[in-house]
Design a protein around this ligand. Structure first.
Ligand code: PXP
Length: 240
């Protein structure tokens, strides 16, 4: 089974926002990523609009190419934007203004009712809902009954443990989470901190249908260009 690649282009917008101008354009990066074989594009429209802007999301939607995955906090404003825009997928993530990037998974247990209601509103608009969750058995169990069809397992702890003895333990947690999701009929995806080196062991664990990868691809693209960076990642997924 092929593992599809959703390329997160937030960091292209981060660079643009550093100058407040138009370059580099995350939509141009998205087109290049799709041309190079990405199956979809992920963007996180944050409440503070620190990188991706509303206009970027509108222009990405207008492309009508690949699966547009809108990462978003579960707020009234974001649900309204998503329902209006109708991306193929919405991934619900926690959001704290002080964080450098999404630091932990969504607390589904702590807010089960609002997650269920948010999922229902998004699904009524024809959007597939994904929840970004830590590989924690109780959190995964809480995803049951929310209406989400996908759980993106947070691989940040695994990525941080890469190259240390703790990596094996993190791999075991990811595998257990994937099997638990399979039992409750939710599709497991992966994301956060992934690169050409650390994706291999994950794909030995389970045939994950999709990975969402941003930072390592955009970092590599600075040196070899977007198309080559995406091809290298797609090749790493194929090899694994
Ligand atoms: N998936 C989710 C839910 C994220 O929040 C992020 C980071 O924005 C990613 C995937 C991509 O992570 P990275 O940039 O570390 O590849």
């Amino acid at each position: 089974m092929k593992t599809e690649l959703s390329v997160n282009v937030d960091h292209v917008a981060t660079l643009r926002q550093a100058r407040g101008g138009r370059e580099p354009d995350p939509v141009q990066a998205a087109v290049q990523a799709l041309d190079a074989g990405a199956s979809g594009i992920t963007v996180h429209l944050r409440e503070d609009r620190r990188h991706i802007q509303d206009d970027d999301v509108t222009r990405l939607r207008a492309l009508r190419r690949g699966i547009l995955n809108l990462e978003m906090a579960l707020t009234e404003e974001m649900v309204r934007i998503a329902v209006d825009l109708k991306p193929e997928r919405a991934t619900l993530v926690p959001e704290r203004r002080q964080e450098l990037t999404t630091e932990g998974g969504l607390d589904v247990r702590g807010r089960a009712d609002s997650v269920r209601e948010g999922c229902a509103r998004l699904k009524r608009a024809g959007i597939t809902v994904s929840l970004f969750l830590d590989p924690d058995p109780e959190m995964i169990d809480a995803a049951r009954g929310t209406g989400a069809g996908i759980v993106e397992i947070h691989t940040g702890a695994y990525a941080n443990a890469w190259g240390t003895a703790a990596a094996e333990r993190e791999l075991a947690r990811v595998r257990a989470a994937a099997l638990q999701l399979e039992r409750i009929k939710i599709t497991p995806h992966l994301g956060h901190g992934l690169n050409v080196e650390n994706v291999g062991p994950l794909l030995e664990l389970y045939p994950f249908p999709e990975m969402s990868i941003g930072h390592s691809i955009i970092s590599r693209a600075i040196f070899v260009g977007m198309a080559q960076a995406v091809r290298e990642m797609a090749e790493a997924l194929r090899r694994a």
